[in-house]
Design a protein around this ligand. Structure first.
Ligand code: PMP
Length: 344
């Protein structure tokens, strides 16, 4: 692929990635009308926010000469990142090899394969998720034509959100004469919360930026892997290198059962077929609004759609526990702040 060919392919993909509507969700909570804002990332090319990161990492790697036409893109991931690199990597003409634990759902494997990527399944005996990372690194070390995006440590991950998600949020709100008081996002790599946080803080240093994690598995607050949870895409087994806790506000904890109930409610009440981490983010945004006041403008992201979760607890009746917030929420409507025209 020549430079001209590669830039034409990037230009073809760019309008399909990001630049999503910002939803204004109306609801009643404890007898009062409220609003929260969420970027509808489920509308992106492959149905998740990770397209932004994959496109930006590959564009930067081309710019710096770290990837060449024909190189194999190799990444250890069990979820949306693999799907995004599979789609965008193949669209740019690269072989793509995804290393993932062998217990991941057949939908995930099928989605990655559907884009023409190869999957290397890694058993628990081979080390599961950490084993997948090791094997991808060994594969890269054994050849000279492999590009490792390294999403957990690559600064271009957060930069993708600092230069797209964050500016879009600011511009979409500003166009309606609204200014954000807080942004919250569940942490997988930390790219979203750090990148959007940096952008919004540049506009308003006093804005609150909260990482979010599952209450059942508070890896970030404790510094190591604890417990198990069902909010796929956030809280892996370690604190990612990109996440700098000294630059953000306190971590918000949300229960996985409450997140499932909220994601179900968003789909069944508003037609927003989102994943479990979107339910989690909505509830974290509500917790912050409770602290700041019912009029506070709190923004989050709906990170992906629900198609990867059709064989999970998202499709089952979830027991309600007394401290859950979802049963007290009645979703009453939504409107969308339109896409910005920064790329037009
Ligand atoms: N939700 C879902 C469904 C995800 O796949 C991810 C990415 N792993 C996140 C949230 C978290 O995003 P980030 O990696 O930018 O922290």
């Amino acid at each position: 692929m020549t430079d001209i060919a590669s830039s034409a392919r990037f230009a073809g993909l760019a309008p399909m990635v990001g630049n999503t509507p910002l939803l204004k969700i109306a609801f009643e909570f404890r007898g009062r009308q409220r609003f929260l804002y969420a970027k509808s990332e489920q509308l992106s090319l492959t149905g998740s926010i990770k397209d932004r990161m994959a496109l930006h990492i590959l564009r930067e790697a081309y710019r710096d000469g770290r990837i060449h036409p024909g190189d194999t893109i190799a990444e250890a991931t069990s979820g949306n990142t693999g799907i995004s690199f599979a789609a965008i990597g193949r669209a740019l003409g690269h072989p793509v090899r995804i290393f993932m634990p062998d217990w991941m759902s057949s939908e995930r494997q099928g989605l990655i394969r559907s884009y023409g990527a190869e999957i290397v399944l890694v058993s628990a005996e081979q080390g599961g998720f950490l084993g997948s990372i090791r094997l991808s690194e060994e594969f890269a070390a054994s050849r000279t034509d492999v590009f490792l995006p390294c999403q957990f440590s690559n600064a271009a991950n957060a930069e993708a959100h600092e230069t797209t998600t964050g500016p879009e949020i600011w511009a979409q709100l500003e166009s309606a004469g609204i200014y954000p008081d807080a942004f919250v996002a569940g942490v997988g790599t930390g790219g979203t919360v750090m990148g959007v946080g940096r952008c919004l803080r540049a506009h308003n240093p006093a804005i609150r930026i909260h990482p979010v994690e599952p209450a059942e598995s508070p890896t970030i607050s404790t510094g190591h892997k604890v417990g198990k949870h069902r909010i796929q895409g956030i809280s892996d087994e370690f604190i990612p290198a990109i996440l700098d806790l000294s630059l953000v506000d306190p971590v918000i904890a949300v229960s996985d059962g409450d997140s499932i109930l909220m994601a179900q409610k968003l789909a069944s009440s508003l037609g927003l077929a989102v994943g479990i981490s979107s339910g989690c983010n909505f509830l974290a945004a509500l917790q912050v609004q409770e602290e700041l006041g019912p009029e506070a403008v709190v923004v989050t992201v709906f990170a992906d759609d629900n198609k990867k979760y059709l064989s999970t607890d998202l499709m089952h009746v979830e027991p309600v526990r007394s401290m859950y917030l979802t049963p007290e929420i009645t979703l009453t409507g939504m409107s969308a702040l339109p896409r910005v025209c920064s790329f037009c």
